[in-house]
Design a protein around this ligand. Structure first.
Ligand code: 13P
Ligand code: SF4
Length: 343
């Protein structure tokens, strides 16, 4: 962390005062997190945005997170992100045009509800909204999959196959209930698909997909009295070998609990978060270095450059077409409404 950069950011934050709110995802580095007014997992951040009064929102996270914020703000508010090129590698595995083709094809013979993980582009959320589907996050995937199963004859979950399988297992579904799709038109027209209640897009998070069951077993041998918690974007066999899986905020809660009880912990998720947890409690350890290049593209330097551009009226806010905005917002709002009804 550079003192000079930090001081300049502090100065601009002071100058903009209550006109500015900086939000940050848990995977941001400490150098960025220290400048955030609010931090959270994807669900908490989506819930926070509509309550923010500031006219300028700076979102420290990847592109889809900024876009989701832009869907939930008032027309007089503007959303900016420090690294516009920071896409999520998993979100790039499901393009809007291809999602539209697949959703249309699987919906020709029965009602298939699309359920998009929040890690998707706005165009994908828009298509999902138009087909009466919804968004979900890692914190509510089971609630939303259960909802979607009751809404239609089947569900198309996209784009994370690992989150889909982990969530389906939590709901008591077994492998015979689902199919990981091949996306060719011929494969999508296979009559055998009609038997499946859950159709799964073949994407994944390359960061979390690295973690292997053997690495959990090796950690357990090394620290036999430790508990192991991972993010549900990890492969199903990794989740099965762990003591539990949940969102980034769930993992933070587990680390806080461990601080009180003295329990040793192994955590499987992005390294910036694990390093922060380890710093406040040395008995929390990472299972594997897991570096998300997209999340790390947001730096203190880029945050400062953005704030300077906003101050000089030269920054470009995120913008969405009206058509895209309407259905995508419906898909996110459906998630928030379903979860509010259950809470
Ligand atoms: P959370 O919603 O659990 O914070 O996760 C977001 C993410 O990108 C995980 O890789
Ligand atoms: Fe996307 Fe994976 Fe990075 Fe999360 S960790 S932002 S899912 S690439």
């Amino acid at each position: 962390m550079s003192c000079d950069l930090s001081q300049k950011i502090d100065g601009l934050r002071k100058k903009m005062g209550s006109r500015l709110c900086i939000l940050g995802h848990h995977y941001q580095t400490d150098a960025v997190i220290r400048h955030c007014d609010f931090t959270g997992d994807s669900l908490e951040l989506s819930r926070k945005v509509p309550t923010v009064d500031a006219e300028i929102l700076v979102f420290c996270g990847v592109f889809f997170m900024g876009e989701s914020a832009a869907l939930l703000t008032r027309p007089d508010q503007k959303v900016y992100i420090p690294a516009e090129h920071a896409e999520c590698m998993m979100a790039l595995m499901a393009g809007a045009y291809e999602v539209e083709r697949v959703v249309r094809t699987v919906n020709t013979t029965r009602r298939v509800i699309p359920l998009a993980y929040v890690n998707t582009q706005a165009g994908v959320k828009s298509c999902v909204g138009a087909y009466n589907g919804a968004v979900c996050t890692s914190a509510n995937a089971d609630i939303m999959l259960d909802w979607a199963m009751r809404e239609g004859d089947a569900v198309l979950f996209l784009p994370d196959r690992h989150l889909a399988c982990n969530t389906a297992k939590r709901l008591g579904l077994t492998e015979k209930d689902w199919q990981i799709l091949h996306l060719s038109q011929e494969a999508l027209s296979d009559p055998a698909l009609q038997e499946k209640r859950l159709l799964i897009w073949p994407g994944c998070c390359p960061v979390h997909a690295q973690l292997r069951q053997e690495q959990i077993e090796a950690f357990r041998k090394k620290v036999p009295d430790a508990s192991v918690y991972v993010h549900p974007e990890c492969p199903p066999e990794v989740v099965s070998a762990s003591d539990g899986a949940g969102s980034t905020s769930f993992l933070i809660a587990k680390a806080k609990e461990a601080e009180k009880t003295g329990q040793k912990l192994g955590i499987g998720t992005e390294s910036n978060l694990v390093a922060r947890l380890h710093k406040s409690n040395a008995s929390v350890q990472g299972l594997l270095p897991m570096y998300c290049p997209d999340m790390n593209a947001v730096t203190e330097e880029r945050l400062l450059t953005l704030l300077q551009a906003i101050d000089a009226n030269k920054a470009k806010a995120l913008s969405l077409s009206e058509k895209e905005r309407k259905s995508a917002k419906e898909a996110i709002t459906r998630m928030l409404t379903v979860c509010d009804t259950i809470r």
